[in-house]
Design a protein around this ligand. Structure first.
Ligand SMILES: Cc1cc2nc3c(=O)[nH]c(=O)nc-3n(C[C@H](O)[C@H](O)[C@H](O)COP(=O)(O)O)c2cc1C
Length: 325
């Protein structure tokens, strides 16, 4: 399949694996890229720029296909050394960066000078237009269904994607709630040039997370996610567990007075790691999309991508064309 996204990134299939903290290691990124999609290493999961350089080198050993690095700009007390992380990306010969969180405007000159294509993740049309204006090459449009941070507008993809198509000139992929061929064909119908998946790629054989996490995704339904940190305007969609129930209780009790310090021990990165890497399923809140309801197995990335592309062709050629008589 050829779309503006496959052309832009030099990949076979219009399927991207979004950056995921404590999930997006070289094992997963290379597996997705080897399957013909675009795998992405999560930059800040690597504690230092030197570690990121090593992870990029490891990924080059596992694939000769294009892969990207995610750089997430989130509010934090101690800002990570972004210029050094970018230097590791440039020196590592990576040509695609997925940015998220805040606008990457400050870093665009450095990235473009190194010949790097930038895809920025946005949860609204206005942020997508801003990304286009500052020179991003593509955007990943993240609907309300998504795992992680859906923003505060609460617009699901059935509205957000056609709205993005109405306004944007640069290519965009649909992100949030994407699981299979039906998602891909629907996204293409709504004007997207491909799809980005987070949660679905966690339930793959190569995803370097604890087996309990993959099993939890297979068992979860579309009713099992919750939104935490709404009062802090830093909303995160997570899989329900004991820690999440505790956070929601604290948020209810404290109301508008709730601060990050009240819940930090239940949402912080290091606690998150206990779930994803150690399989302690109630240790902390962890990002997960509503799409969990559509995850019923743990295939390899190759099996997943092949299935999506094969079924997409059937949907287009048989189901849709058939309807036209
Ligand atoms: C466990 C997990 C961790 C994530 N961490 C990040 C991150 O560090 N940076 C980022 O930009 N997006 C992050 N995301 C969001 C994904 O890249 C992607 O946009 C999102 O999962 C898409 O929605 P879906 O889960 O419905 O596919 C994370 C998502 C999950 C599920």
């Amino acid at each position: 399949m050829k779309t503006r996204i496959t052309e832009l990134f030099g990949i076979e299939h219009p399927i991207i694996q979004g950056g995921m903290h404590y999930v997006g290691y070289a094992e997963l990124a290379s597996a997705v890229s080897n399957a013909g999609g675009l795998g992405i290493i999560t930059g800040l999961t690597q504690p230092t720029p030197e570690d990121l350089a090593k992870e990029i080198a490891r990924c080059h050993e596992m694939t000769d296909k294009p892969f990207g690095v995610n750089l997430t700009f989130l509010p934090s007390f101690v800002e990570p050394p972004y210029p050094e992380y970018i230097q590791a990306i440039v020196e590592g010969g990576v040509k695609i960066v997925e940015t998220a969180g805040r606008s990457p405007e400050k870093y665009m000159p450095a990235l473009h000078e190194a010949g790097i294509k930038v895809i920025h993740k946005c949860t609204s049309v206005r942020h997508s237009l801003k990304a286009q204006k500052i020179g991003c090459d593509a955007v990943s449009v993240d609907g309300f269904e998504c795992g992680g941070h859906p923003g505060e507008d609460d617009i699901p993809n059935f509205i957000l994607l056609p709205r993005a198509a109405e306004e944007l000139d640069i290519p965009f992929v649909a992100s949030g709630g994407m699981a299979d061929a039906r998602s891909l064909v629907a996204a293409l119908s709504m004007g997207a040039d491909g799809m980005n998946m987070g949660t679905r790629f966690i339930a793959t054989r190569e995803a370097p997370v604890h087996e309990n996490v993959k099993q939890a995704l297979v068992e979860a339904t579309e009713l099992d996610t919750r939104l935490v940190m709404r009062p802090l305007r830093n909303t995160e969609r997570v899989l329900d567990n004991a820690a999440v129930e505790k956070i929601l209780e604290i948020e209810r009790e404290k109301g508008a007075d709730v601060g990050i310090d009240d819940i930090r021990h239940l949402v912080s990165g290091s606690e998150n790691r206990k779930v994803l890497q150690e399989g302690q399923m109630d240790a902390a809140a962890w990002s997960c999309g509503m799409v969990a309801g559509l995850i019923h197995d743990v295939p390899t990335c190759q099996e997943l991508v092949d299935r999506i592309m094969g079924d997409a062709e059937k949907i287009i050629r048989q189901r849709l064309e058939g309807m036209l008589g």
